[in-house]
Design a protein around this ligand. Structure first.
Ligand SMILES: Nc1ncnc2c1ncn2[C@@H]1O[C@H](COP(=O)(O)OP(=O)(O)OP(=O)(O)O)[C@@H](O)[C@H]1O
Length: 257
């Protein structure tokens, strides 16, 4: 099996600013207070994902999951270490990211598909399927700036899922979708998993992670806390409480996303 994603000692540092205005910063400096602080959102993380593996990326709020996903996707670069990916990457890493608010959903669909590398012919072939998956009805011809977060997620996910990719990234953007849509997304991601593509799925939901992932990576304050079997990873996070890790049916699976 070939490596799909390789991280070697990857770190990403952000600056946390305590004050927003010039006046606040000046006052703080005069009083000898700190005005900002650097911290590592991702701290010396290394792992290798083989092609076809399905990874559940878990961790508490602020542990660095989205930051890691953005680096894998290429929208952010590591400050330290090496990050290598093999093949085409698609997915949804932030609701509404990459959409132009003044353009309609239809126009954004075309634009987004092109940005993700879909040829004109490919888009013509898949257009109706994408529209059908998004189920936006007449809203498709309204400006995206007027969309709800769930509607943006529908459009973004519908396009991303139809891109022929080797790696599919999904952040918790699904959380803003309604239940029927979440169930549909989970079914699509299960298809991706079965097709041998690499799936990288950020989630707080033990049920869906257990169902879809064969390996769990847990981040803790930007560091790699756990990497291994999903059940053990969920246990490591203490997410295996009674009603969280249940054995959902297909209809229930969207509940915990
Ligand atoms: N552009 C940025 N500038 C400064 N700090 C940032 C930036 N993006 C993220 N952070 C900080 O980095 C840390 C990790 O954020 P990240 O969004 O990766 O966490 P997460 O694990 O995805 O959280 P959640 O589960 O809440 O979505 C947080 O403390 C966050 O405030």
């Amino acid at each position: 099996m070939a490596a799909s994603i390789v991280l070697e000692n990857v770190s990403k540092t952000f600056t946390l600013r305590y004050h927003r205005t010039f006046k606040e910063v000046t006052v703080a400096k005069v009083r000898g207070h700190e005005t900002s602080e650097n911290f590592k959102a991702i701290d010396d993380v290394s792992f290798t994902v083989e092609q076809g593996e399905s990874i559940g990326l878990m961790g508490l709020n602020g542990s660095g999951k989205s930051t890691l996903l953005k680096m894998i996707n290429g929208v952010m670069r590591p400050d330290e270490g090496n990050l290598l990916t093999r093949g085409r990457i698609a997915g949804l890493i932030a609701t509404g990211a990459g959409f132009h608010p003044q353009l309609t959903g239809r126009d954004n669909l075309v634009l987004n598909a092109a940005i993700l590398g879909m040829s004109e012919r490919e888009l013509q072939r898949k257009f109706d399927d994408i529209v059908e998956f998004a189920e936006l009805g007449r809203t498709l011809d309204a400006p995206v700036g007027h969309y709800s977060s769930g509607q943006k997620a529908r459009l973004g996910f519908a396009v991303a899922i139809h891109v022929d990719s080797d790696i599919f990234l999904a952040d918790e953007v699904l959380a803003v979708g309604d239940k029927p849509f979440r169930v549909k997304c989970i079914q699509k991601m299960t298809e991706i998993r079965k097709s041998g593509r690499t799936l990288f799925y950020v989630s707080h939901s033990p049920g869906s992670v257990k169902r879809m992932c064969d390996r769990v990576i847990v981040l803790e304050n930007g560091r790699l806390g756990f990497d291994g079997d999903p059940d053990a990873g969920i246990h490591y996070l203490h997410y295996d409480g009674d009603d969280l890790a249940g054995t959902e049916t297909d209809a229930q699976i969207g509940n915990d996303i």
